[in-house]
Write a protein that binds this ligand. Structure first.
Ligand SMILES: *Cc1c(COP(=O)(O)O)cnc(C)c1O
Length: 481
């Protein structure tokens, strides 16, 4: 592939783009339980119009585009009010949950370094249910991730384990409200009290739950405490591109006070170009996501969101009730919002995901980890709500079909083959062979995912990570024809 010598005309460009996505997931159908948050055509149109209106503006320098500064301060103001931040709180708009989390970890790390000059490697204490983005932040920022267990019935963090894990190098304690995988809320009040007692900052990951939980509380649901009203909480991340239904590239990171937020900001005057001062990891960035987030928050409005959350709550109740009526399935924890994880002692949940895919549904496989079983995850959002009865019917049928299938011994074979093997001693070729066993030869995406998930399940996290890296290192093969 080269830049074409003869250019495509406009019609050809768009025909080609449409053709390329013909086999993509049809997310508008409401049959996708993850990745997409869809509040319908009307809100999508407003979002896209605002996005395009500010697509070309550059949020690199707020003094050149004062409109972007104003939009950001207003969006962050709405977010701070939503999580009941006190006077003096501050925050910034970021490209997503991962960036918000990286920034919160950076702020905590640099505050720790300032307070403890000469200390060793800073550490972050986090439950095993905390989002992978914290591990990414730890990896990028040279912070040691110290994981603590969760209760394997409630999937909430173990506060005694947190207490035991906090040491002289702890720069940050983490809790989730809610965790992505099981949708459960950690004991934030207890963790906040512990953070205060130990004098460490405490980040609450409200990326997926922060927006919805506030509305559920107002609807009279018994929502666990999680926001800035809890003493000890020093920062919160909250994604707008999830349950606020804003286009992707929209999240906020918020701090109880500016003295911590200061450590997030990066300024550089040690080069020959323009003076650079960034609040985020990105430097040059489109004004589109910010303008779109502002537009959607204003267009939907508070009562609009309250109504959306009411509908999603009712949908989630029906979903939970229906799943409880399928004896082969077992809900993990007692999910307080719209995120559900479901295991089975009688059938392979990965085969179930493939079976549901054949029926036009996307459900998300989750590997067994830290005492928790293999399961599938559902993020229920607005466009799924009218599909709940149909989904439950198909799920029941798929369960019956998978239950009758012979059990695969692939996982056991692979597990036995690689037990005790150190991944650093394996070559790329050996990993290619493992991928071939799962029916993934060379370049391309697997049609059915059960085999690869069975193989991954049988491996240690380090082996899984290495296998996934090899897979993606193959997958992204630039077209050089
Ligand atoms: C989605 C999510 C993240 C990561 O956010 P991205 O927007 O995917 O980068 C972090 N934490 C939780 C709880 C999430 O659900």
């Amino acid at each position: 592939m080269k830049i074409p010598e003869k250019n495509l005309n406009e019609a050809e460009v768009f025909e080609t783009l449409e053709r390329y996505r013909a086999n993509d997931n049809d997310w508008r159908a409401g049959r996708t339980w993850g990745y997409v948050f869809d509040a319908g055509r009307e809100i999508e149109a407003v979002a896209k119009k605002a996005y395009m209106a500010f697509l070309s503006e550059n949020a690199l320098d707020p003094t050149i585009f004062p409109s972007l500064l104003r939009l950001e301060n207003e969006v962050v103001g709405m977010a701070l009010a939503h999580v009941r931040a006190p006077d003096g709180a501050a925050g910034n708009f970021t490209s997503g949950g991962t960036e918000s989390i990286i920034l919160a970890v950076k702020a905590a790390r640099d505050a720790f370094r300032e307070k403890h000059p000469g200390a060793g490697q800073p550490e972050m204490v986090l439950p095993v249910t905390a989002h992978a983005a914290f591990h990414k932040a730890a990896h990028y920022l040279g912070v040691k991730a110290v994981t603590i267990p969760v209760d394997t019935t409630t999937f909430r963090a173990d506060v005694d384990a947190a207490r035991a894990a906090i040491g002289p190098n702890t720069a940050l304690l983490v809790g989730s409200a809610a965790s992505y995988a099981h949708g459960t809320v950690d004991p934030i009040r207890e963790l906040g009290a512990l953070a205060l007692e130990k004098g460490v900052p405490f980040h609450v990951d409200g990326c997926i739950g922060g927006f919805v939980l506030g509305y559920l509380r107002r609807l009279g649901e018994g929502v666990p405490e999680f926001d800035f009203t809890v003493p000890g909480v020093t920062s919160i991340s909250m994604d707008l591109h999830k349950y606020a239904f804003c286009p992707k590239g929209a999240s906020v990171v918020m701090f109880r006070d500016r003295s911590l937020r200061r450590h997030m900001i990066f300024a550089c005057s040690s080069w020959t170009g323009y003076t650079m001062v960034n609040t985020t990891v990105q430097s040059t960035k489109s004004g589109g996501p910010l303008a779109a987030a502002w537009a959607v928050l204003n267009y939907v409005g508070d009562s609009g969101y309250l109504e959306m959350v009411r509908q999603m709550r009712d949908g989630a109740r029906a979903l939970v009730k229906g799943i409880r009526e399928i004896p082969e399935l077992r809900l993990l924890g007692d999910p307080p919002m719209t995120l559900i994880a479901c295991a089975s002692d009688q059938l392979c949940v990965f085969a179930l995901a493939d079976e549901m895919k054949d029926r036009g549904w996307y459900i998300q496989p989750q590997l067994p980890h830290a005492g928790g079983p293999a399961n599938f995850h559902l993020s229920l959002q607005l466009s799924n709500v009218p599909r709940v009865p149909e989904f439950l019917r198909d799920l029941g049928e798929a369960v019956a079909k998978v239950k009758a299938l012979p059990k695969s011994d692939l996982g056991e074979n692979v597990g036995a083959m690689f037990a005790g093997v150190d991944p650093s001693t394996l070559t790329s070729e050996m990993f290619s062979q493992m991928l071939a066993m799962a029916g993934i030869g060379g370049v391309g995406l697997p049609k059915r995912s059960a085999d690869i998930n069975l193989i991954l399940s049988a491996l240690t996290p380090q082996m899984r990570e290495r296998l996934l890296t090899e897979f993606v290192n193959e997958l992204f093969s630039a077209d050089r024809s």
